[in-house]
Design a protein around this ligand. Structure first.
Ligand code: ZN
Length: 346
């Protein structure tokens, strides 16, 4: 292995020495941008939506967006980091399972390396966002950190002992699919009763529609907020709750309770010092934070409860691509060569 020397030493401005492109491949969107080692995105972010094309077409799309970015900066790309809404085998960059993209067993990292001629790191998007929060965000300096991201789905990961833990198959921190209710609501994964099936954006929408169907005489507020029952989503629940609608408020309160119980279970099991909650649902429902704090106080063993500080983090749209780029800097362009003969910078 040849270690490429870091060019920061020759460049007084680390922003101009960025040499990694971060890519965020979500279920419906593709975003990419240059990222400095400081975690700052440099230059414009390229963004496009997609309708789940086959893997080969998506590789073409990624290559195209990377080539566009490459043409804007007259320096050679030295590594690429890709965060994917999928289960990823990080050691070879392959996507094991991506239900949102309809992929199984796609060698994404290897194909991109072959096409772009540069090292490529691939990791799960929630793990990438956790890495960004830990290394460049409010989790910086904390070596016992749990990040729970509640958006349409629920993801996250855990930093312990100063490492982003990987587990046996790089799936450490699939907190959304920890079981909250035995035999409970059907999840989007093969399971039932997962935390995500109660607090994910899709699950809040599903529960709101069920409530509106079950209690039509109480559902006028929800229906008005949504336009029609079929369009009921988490946003409509928020709007109806703000208007004082009792049914919407019940749904919010139940969801807060479920999230609190779920996070309390994680705190008992994982003993983090800092818990950061982020994602679109956390942004939209500020009442969830005090519910989680209260649940930890009520349900956690004293040592775990006393250790855990809980807060929220506003994840910006670049979190995944910045986290993916951070992984590429770490693995592809180490700051200090570590070990091995001839690895010194001379
Ligand atoms: Zn699940």
């Amino acid at each position: 292995v040849t270690l490429v020397p870091d060019d920061r030493s020759n460049d007084p401005d680390p922003e101009t020495s960025s040499s990694v492109i971060g890519v965020d491949l979500g279920g419906t969107k593709l975003a990419a941008g240059w990222v400095a080692r400081t975690g700052r995105r440099v230059g414009p972010r390229r963004y496009r939506t997609h309708a789940n094309p086959p893997a080969a077409a998506m590789v073409d799309e990624i290559v195209q967006i990377v080539e566009e970015l490459r043409s804007e900066r007259p320096r050679s790309l030295r590594a690429l980091g890709v965060g994917v809404a999928a289960q990823v085998r990080e050691r070879d960059g392959s996507v094991s399972y991506a239900p949102n993209l309809g992929w199984t067993g796609v060698p994404l990292g290897r194909e991109l390396e072959a096409r772009l001629g540069t090292p490529v790191e691939v990791l799960n998007d929630a793990r990438a966002a956790t890495l960004a929060v830990w290394r460049h965000g409010p989790g910086r300096g904390e070596d016992e950190l749990l990040v729970v991201i509640v958006g349409t789905g629920v993801g996250g990961s855990l930093v312990s002992g100063g490492h982003l833990l990987g587990g046996a198959s790089d799936a450490f921190g699939e907190v959304g699919h920890s079981i909250l209710v035995s035999g409970g609501r059907k999840c989007h994964c093969p399971g039932r009763g997962c935390l995500e099936a109660y607090v994910g954006g899709w699950a809040i929408a599903e529960r709101a529609r069920e409530s509106a169907d079950a209690f039509p005489e109480r559902a006028a507020g929800l229906r008005a907020a949504a336009g029609r029952t079929g369009a009921l989503d988490a946003r409509a629940v928020r709007a109806a709750a703000d208007d004082g609608d009792p049914l919407a408020r019940e749904i919010v309160s139940e969801t807060a309770g479920s999230l609190g119980q779920g996070v309390a279970g994680l705190v008992n099991a994982l003993n983090p010092r800092q818990v950061l909650l982020g994602g679109g649902i956390i942004d939209a429902f500020p009442e969830f934070l005090p519910a989680v704090v209260e649940a930890i106080r009520a349900h956690c063993q004293p040592p775990a409860a006393l250790a855990a500080r809980v807060g929220t983090v506003a994840l910006d749209p670049d979190s995944v691509l910045v986290g993916a780029a951070t992984r590429a800097y770490d693995n592809g362009l180490p700051l200090r060569p570590t070990g091995g003969a001839g690895a010194g910078r001379g």
